[in-house]
Design a protein. Sequence first.
Lengths: 242, 248
Amino acid sequence: MSVIGKYFIFLGTLFGKGEKLSVYWRRLMEECVGIGVSSIFIVAIVSTFIGAVSCIQTAYNLVSPIIPISTVALIVRDMEILELAPTITCIVLAGKVGSNIASELGTMRITEQIDALEVMGINSSSYLVLPKVVAAMLTFPMLVIFSAFLGILGGYLAGTLTGVITERDYLYGIRDSFVPYNIFFMCVKPFVFGFLIASISSFKGFFTSGGALEVGKASTQAVTNSCISILVADYLLAQLLL
Amino acid sequence: MIEINNISKAFNGKEVLKGISAQFQKGETNLIIGGSGTGKSVLLKCMIGLVKPDQGNVLYNGRDFYHCDKETQQSIRREMGVLFQGGALFDSKTVEENVRFPLDMLTTQSPEEKRERVAFCLQRVGLEQAAKRMPSEISGGMKKRVGIARAIVMNPAYLFCDEPNSGLDPLTSVKIDELIKEITEEYKITTIIITHDMNSVMEIGQNIMFLYQGNKLWEGVNTDITKTDVPELKEFLFSNKLLREMQE
């Protein structure tokens, strides 16, 4: 409980005495590149293959002659939009971005770089962490939209190239019974997950003490705690919004 | 001038500092010496506001750092320059950006003024050629010099150095000591150095304080230190073979 209390106090310090807006803008742009742009490649690879595998496996299981084959595409689309793109992508990002944030801040802590900021009278948590949290909340939804597109594209490529579904059936399936609200739901999830991943990982890294071993531990804990929080938040959001 | 009064600090019930009081004069290199784990770094952290003492106060030209309003505390902080043990340079910034950082964050100077000030500070520590290099591309001694340049870029009234010679070869250590002493005298800064380097003690220690198990056991100048009667200080000083032979 004391850790949770410390986490909320830490979140409060992010909005304490801040620096010049131009400083935050520059930091935000740096973090958007570091967190968002540098994650495009891994998101693209993971999403395309998950979409492809979803298509093949769904087709493999749908053997009933009364279910039209275009249902495969419909299932791939809904799986991608509702769960795979937002949740799996964010779990992958928790591994990549979360460990990066925790190890960066942990190293800054043990090499006295954070102390140097504090001695200068700079609000170190606000200067270092707030841009990361905002950048994650801004870029994660974009990455998830990109992921959903690539997942559905991956399903299309795998399905049509292997012959399990025709191009016409796939295109019909992904447009069939489409619910636009699901897109909104898909975008809310990474917004929340981005906040959780960036803030939990920053919290773990920011309060690291010791040496290289502790930085490694903080990094591992950041990923583990972020993944757990994603799964809990995923359930709560599904319960609240669907 | 910096004055500390009755500073005490304990961690998990273990007393690390026990009522330390002292005065550090302007334009002098004030050394705090002692073995490992005697509370030197904790005392320094209490003085610069990284660790709040359980008791006592720290006065900067009469302004009580822990019992003043936020604005006064902030203005005292801006008069401080700190050289950390490992340099504490920001890894993602070049040498030049590291030195310019306090100016970017805390002043409204024009880019031209900042460029001039950074160039002056880097030239002062002899690193004008390394301006575009990253901290990972420079040696330990150069990192310390960049740390000094960053510490003096805001024209500090107080300079704190935490073990400026640690991990350096004897020749580089002497150069760093000389640089700190020159800067102290040139800009009339109140400098406080934490060290257990005996060469620094003998060369630049104008005012020396010896800590032992959280207590101040001795205070004086470097010319008197070898004549001390304090057994703990004698043991600390003459653990160095060269000094022991000189004494004998």
